[in-house]
Design a protein around this ligand. Sequence first.
Ligand code: ADP
Ligand code: ZN
Ligand code: ZN
Length: 754
Amino acid sequence: MPTPPIQSETTATQARYAAVAVPVPLRQVFDFIIPAHVALDDEALVGRRVLVPFGPRKLVGIITQCNDSTNVSAGRLKPIIELLDDEAIFDATLWQTLAWVSRYYIAPIGEVFEMALPTLLRKANGPAPSTTKHWILTEEGRVKPIEELDRAPVQLAIIKKLIRSLALSADDFAEMNSGWRSAIKALTEKGWVQEENVEPRLTTNDQAQLVKQSGFELNQQQQAAATHLVSRVQAKTFSVSLLLGVTGSGKTEVYFAAIQASLEANTQALVLVPEIGLTPQLLERFQARFSVPIAVMHSNLSDKERHLAWWHTKTGEARIIIGTRSAVLSSIPELGLIVVDEEHDTSFKQQDGVRYHARDTAIYRAKLAQVPIVLGSATPALESYYNALHGRYTLLELPNRASAALLPNVQLVDLEQQAAAEGLSPALSAQLREALESSEQSMLFINRRGFAPAMYCTDCKSTLRCHRCDAHLTVHRSHNRLRCHHCGYDTRIPQACPGCQSKELKDLGEGTQRVETTVQALLPSATILRIDRDSTRNKGQLEAHLDEVKSGHADVVVGTQLLTKGHDFDHLSLVGVLDADQGLYSSDFRSTENLFQQLVQVAGRAGRRDKQGRVLVQTRFTDHPLFEFVVTQDYQGFANAELEMRQQLGLPPFGYLAMFRAESTHDARAMQFLRALKTQLPVFDGVRVMDAVAAPMAKRAGRYRAQLLIQAQSRGALHTCLMSFIERLERHEGMRKLAGSVRWSLDVDPQDLY
Ligand code: ADP
Ligand code: ZN
Ligand code: ZN
């Protein structure tokens, strides 16, 4: 591309400059010369991706503005290398949503834009996916009598397949006889078939109707909720509804009614689900119900698959988009409805880079797009419930299970009264045996993978710790290794204590592997299945395991929180929670809420069919008020009590938080940086800046960590304070230097205080 002269008289009067957001951690945009031959007006340019020179590199950025003047000296100005798009890459409401994400979470706009682009579009590729080779029938192929192919069965099969479809690619023939390639060649030579390059399309089961029949009628409460949501979709205005439905109450059917209304209104529906909630079973449920093209977005897609899903969404071909967190950042030009399922799930908050919350971002986007949004959960986040109590959200309730099934019967097992051997109390062991005898499925839930969470020396009374982290090493007996679950450090189980050389080393506590071993010894004839991160590392393993649970083949399932999310297991009647006490007395204010949510969700897996399920929760603290609400599965009771406590402490939703985190390989630097940051600050009304403290895990992967919490009475005050922090950081020479010597981040609305 020719570079226009910069300083000649004529171009100086006509020169135009584009402000470009590039993916660098700086809170600013950069000016570039718009080449003179680009005849488009300013408005048409804003929002397009461009390739620009940036130091020695070339970066893909996005034009945020066009101007006739610039403050950059002529010698330093460079022209845009290439215009990559024919139109803005983000739709209008997404554009504004991303600007909000950048403002609200105080993240550089260039990084926010980058995050919203599929990986392939962060490079200088055109927006459309590359075309792939397909075969189609020629005019001749369409009219020739197929009997002519009676003696060429593969050719015949290919023609029959092509008659049913418009175009087929190599993937579509993959399951056929391996001779398909030579058969295609023969057909091409005969002139029946021809090759063509087309864009890949979403596959659908080609049906005249958008929606297929469901197997049952909605019950009265489902109907009421559905009617409300349908009216919201039809009204095409912004509203937030909170669907508070107990586990198994049939929330999905209510979403389906709203999605159907969205399809009938000719709009696209976005469905956000938690990180591990997007299983093939969920997708099958959608496909069984809707015959429209569905795009799926999750973190296990290849770059190419993700680009395709994004493209189908942007072109409007996909009418339903189901995705995890980042799906809320895709271009959805005809958006008509947003559903956030399991809205309390912590995976909706991004924990690194741009720390946005997908649910909150979705609400903002719905407001801009003037469409309804529904948040669903059996255990909503207290923030959402509070908004519903105060009329900002419409509360829709499903207090009963959808089918005849009753909520499970929950009982506590007091570990002070009956000791657990290898994790199992006598009461739970007896119930497990009984369940096996009556061919019922059981599930044991423990939030620790590995064999034992620690190794203990009985002589010097110390545990074996990771030298890079402030943490115990986990025992993995099956591989004879000790592993750190925080930094990945991995070593052989030693013969003797590294401290005192004693051989008296013992496994302390239970992890999933140990429980698996214990149960196998207790019930030798049972088929046991373990589901945790170690047993589901490979692609497809989690799905295969879940299928095994669903089929009823496994008698006892031992697993971590991977099992809690929205799964519907037909055969499961007994659930045991081995150790509910973790997190009960944690320093994090959200830990009680998270524990309650987890216990209710796990319990909710039990007895979702005709027989009432049983849940045993083992604890040392039966008197803790939390358990009263768990036993009665009383979300609202729990929420009201917890809200009262939060109010007294000025914690969310009554106050607003932000957390600065810093880490460094040098043991004092992170703390120094945060202390200096605090002293730099003027005092703000309604804002409390706490002291810099060591993080609860003070060292991780060889880095020392510190944090600084800011608590404010209003969002506005918090924001003003944070902006002034950031300005100090960027302006003040000394601060800039300190900041440069650590890794630091800012987390607005942190989910946990670690
Ligand atoms: P939730 O997401 O609220 O936990 P689901 O949507 O998974 O619940 O529904 C639980 C079960 O109840 C599913 O198997 C579903 O097919 C069934 N179900 C939903 N609505 C009805 C209904 N109206 N009548 C009978 N069964 C229903
Ligand atoms: Zn020792
Ligand atoms: Zn470690």
